[in-house]
Structure formats: C-alpha cells, structure tokens
Design a protein around this ligand. Structure first.
Ligand SMILES: [Zn+2]
Length: 269
C-alpha cells in the first residue's frame, strides 16, 4: 500500500518537476538551449574541420543570386543574416533563399549598431525592440528552414541588458544569438606579407584581389580547423571568391554544416 502510494506520488511529482525545471532553467541560469545570450557566441565549430558559411547584409539583387548559384553547385547550405528592410524590398530573392534550403537569420531592421554611442538612457529599449523584434515581423515567414531563430548583431555590438530585455519577449526568447564568427573578421598579414586572415569588405575597400583575399580566408580556416565563416553578399567580388573558396575548402578536407548542427544545449552548460 505504502509503495503504491509512493509510486503514484512520484509519478505526479515527476510531471510537475519537469515543468518547473524547464521554466526555472530558462529564467535563472541561461542553460536553456535558446534565448539571447549575455555575450556574442563564437568558436562554434572550430577544431572540427567543419565550416559553417554565413552571409551578412543582403539580400543584394545581382549578388545574392550568384552566391546561391555557387552554393547549389556544391550542395552546400548557408545562413543568410539579412537586413529586414532589404529583405522586404526583395521578396522573390528571399523566397529563393528559402526554397533552396538555406537558413535565414535576423541581422536587424536597418543595420544600426546597437552600441554606437548614440543610445541614450531613454530610448535604447525602443531601439533594441525595433531593430530586433521589428525585423522579426518581416523575417519570420522566411525563417521556416531553421530549427531556431538566429540573430547576428550589426558590428557585433551587444550588451547583456539587450539580452535581458529581449528574453522577456515571447518571440525574443525563441532566439539564439548573437552569433559571431570565427573566420573572416579582419584583414591581417604576417611578416612575410602573406594574408593570414581576411575580411571580404576590407579586401574590396583596400583593392585587394579576389585571390589574395581568398588566401587569407583559407589560411585562417586551416589555422582554426574550421568554424563560422563571415562573408557578405554585398559585392560581386565576394560571390567570385565563394566560387573558388568552396572547392578549395573541400580540397582541404573541410565539410559544410549549418547553425542547426551546433549542439546549443551543450554549449550553454
Ligand atoms: Zn552587417
């Protein structure tokens, strides 16, 4: 009798405990497998010989199509961190990104950096909500391919108070981010004049050739043994570089993954 009663009680409490623990995890210590993080998320897949391709600041008619053509040719899936206002202006291109199996991420409404020094005490909450949640209103329908909603902060500008604010919102708490990058963040040469790191936007503004820029990306990918690659579908040179980058990565033994392949729950523990 006593055993039966205990078992019944245990069964009942198992249910309530499961509910309680799930709520508790999300609210108290950030071990939920989603919700905005206090800091940018980086070193997602380094050391694994796996590459996660990400393209920021598009969609750009005339450039994004070329990026998509190359991805299709090699069967690689990428994440497009788009600017919502640009997405709104190019619905057919957004539909193509979705139809071809890529993930769409939120890269803000207008690409305003959230920490640019102009945020006053009075309006930062409004700005964060507009740039992140306002962007989601446009991008939500295009985010169907991903297992989570992903966010990347313009210029990586972030503050823990932004995470606290957004995690109180029912949409915000379904996001993972901000997602930083491991490869493609800056342009750097070694003492011999070889590019050991490269960033596409910096390459093109400094009139560096596609091949030289590519050598920096490849060097960094090999040095870090993989990770999240940052490129921009803004200029034709980036699309040209991608057409050489993917086969070069394959030749170097890299395979392609997406943000959905990251074990988010494990990372937060
Ligand atoms: Zn950007």
């Amino acid at each position: 009798m006593k055993t039966t009663l205990m078992a019944a009680l245990l069964l009942m409490s198992a249910n309530s405990f499961a509910d309680f623990s799930q709520t508790n995890l999300g609210q108290d210590n950030g071990t939920e497998d989603k919700a905005f993080n206090q800091r940018n998320q980086e070193r997602l897949h380094t050391g694994t010989s796996e590459i996660i391709l990400t393209f920021d600041d598009g969609p750009t008619p005339g450039v994004t199509e070329k990026v998509l053509d190359t991805l299709k040719e090699y069967g690689a899936k990428a994440t497009f961190f788009v600017i919502a206002e640009k997405a709104k202006a190019a619905p057919a291109l957004m539909q193509r990104i979705l139809d071809e199996g890529h993930i769409v991420g939120n890269h803000s409404l207008t690409h305003k950096a959230l920490n640019d020094g102009n945020i006053t005490f009075l309006n930062w909450k409004k700005l964060v909500r507009t740039e992140v949640l306002g962007a989601h209103e446009i991008l939500g329908p295009y985010m169907a391919n991903g297992q989570h909603f992903y966010y990347r902060a313009p210029e990586g500008a972030w503050d823990s108070k932004f995470a606290d604010l957004l995690n109180k919102d029912s949409i915000g708490q379904q996001y993972i981010g901000p997602i930083l990058w491991d490869i493609g963040g800056e342009l750097r040469m070694n003492a011999n004049g070889a590019f050991v790191e490269a960033a596409d936007w910096a390459c093109w503004s400094k009139k560096i050739t596609v091949d030289d820029c590519l050598s920096g990306y490849l060097y960094e990918a090999r040095a870090k043994k993989g990770g999240v690659v940052l490129m921009h579908d803004l200029r034709h040179q980036s699309a040209e570089m991608l057409a050489k980058f993917i086969p070069a990565l394959q030749k170097n033994g890299f395979s392609f993954k997406t943000l959905d392949d990251v074990d988010w729950a494990a990372r937060k523990k």
